[in-house]
Ligand binder design. Sequence first.
Ligand SMILES: Cc1cc2nc3c(=O)[nH]c(=O)nc-3n(C[C@H](O)[C@H](O)[C@H](O)COP(=O)(O)OP(=O)(O)OC[C@H]3O[C@@H](n4cnc5c(N)ncnc54)[C@H](O)[C@@H]3O)c2cc1C
Length: 368
Amino acid sequence: MSAELYDVIIIGGGPAGLATAYLCHKYGLSYLVLESGKAPFQGIANTYPQGKLVYASKPKDAPEPFLVDELRPPDKPVTVESYLQYVQHFVQHENLHIRTEVAFENIQDERDCLTILTDKGRFKARKVVLAFGSSIPRELSVYGDAKMVAKNVDDPTKYVGVKTLVIGGGNTAADVVIAILKTKRECNDTQPVYWAHKSEKFDVNKETAQRLGEEILLGGNIRLLPGAQPRIGEVDDEGVDRLVIRINEFKQADGIDLYHALSFPMQNVIACIGSQGPVPIFDKLGVQTISCTAGVCRVAKEGDRLVLLSAEFESTRKGVYVVGGAISPSYMKISEGSIQEEKHPNLIYTAINDAYHVVEAIRGKLGK
Ligand SMILES: Cc1cc2nc3c(=O)[nH]c(=O)nc-3n(C[C@H](O)[C@H](O)[C@H](O)COP(=O)(O)OP(=O)(O)OC[C@H]3O[C@@H](n4cnc5c(N)ncnc54)[C@H](O)[C@@H]3O)c2cc1C
């Protein structure tokens, strides 16, 4: 059976993606949002501190009002929790089509449409809107497939009774270690948490270090693995996907190196190795970027690579549009035969208004 052909597939269910979805819904375009998180606005849920107020900020020189009022944060700032709750109701009320826990991977050109490859299968669309924001989780770059490794801990009780490996040297990794140690302690589980980092020094702030120290003194069983390198994702004889992490290496005079490694079932591994901008994804998709040179860019730094877009946010890959945080803080706009850097502040306002312009452009092209 061939997959349903959508007018528009939207990658990411943040402000830009949901505004695109809402406008497609309003104008009768068939669409589907693919969101890697557990719920719409997962990017905001992950990055805003608890209780943070959400402002309806608008750049000073911006000529347009908010073009999708339904997703505009209220004038009187509300907490991120209230805004998220409002958005959930809005999605339900409008019955917006969103598939959660689907991670976008690539796009293939077909004769008359685009095929979108994800970790949950393929989807087909006439147009694709990339609305995956500015912070893309880094992948473990190891030989073999290590995609099953978790990037955060949603339920620490999953790790009770098993030896767990947390990878990463910063505050996020430390917070995950603390949460699992605490849960294990409360459940009288003596299995350790291994905490690995590729460099010799962990780098956490004082407050996090204090909480970690407290957890260890209360009986947390932790094994530190500084200088450890994840090397291979492999499947063992019993069919279990495992991650092999090298913990030290001895160079021998005869050229045959000796090393010690630990192998963990991938389902017991959490990699908190930070996020990166979207440029590696643009490269993978063959979407053209331009490097900034001194004197040309006003916002970006020399050497930064900015995505090249038409005035309607279409990329150099036909039928593929990019909106919202994914193109902030600036991009290269092709306009009337010239290319210039265009400021694009990373705000809910810009994300929503990009969506409006892209849906207008797509409606024009599809005649809807
Ligand atoms: C701490 C903080 C406070 C802020 N406060 C404000 C404020 O008060 N007012 C304001 O206007 N702006 C604020 N911003 C900025 C604002 O949140 C962003 O401009 C806005 O979220 C951008 O929307 P977006 O839809 O482009 O990206 P995002 O909100 O990042 O949404 C992208 C979505 O795509 C999903 N995704 C990522 N990769 C994939 C993939 N491979 N497959 C499928 N889905 C994927 C993510 O899970 C996410 O849900 C703040 C930002 C931060 C970090």
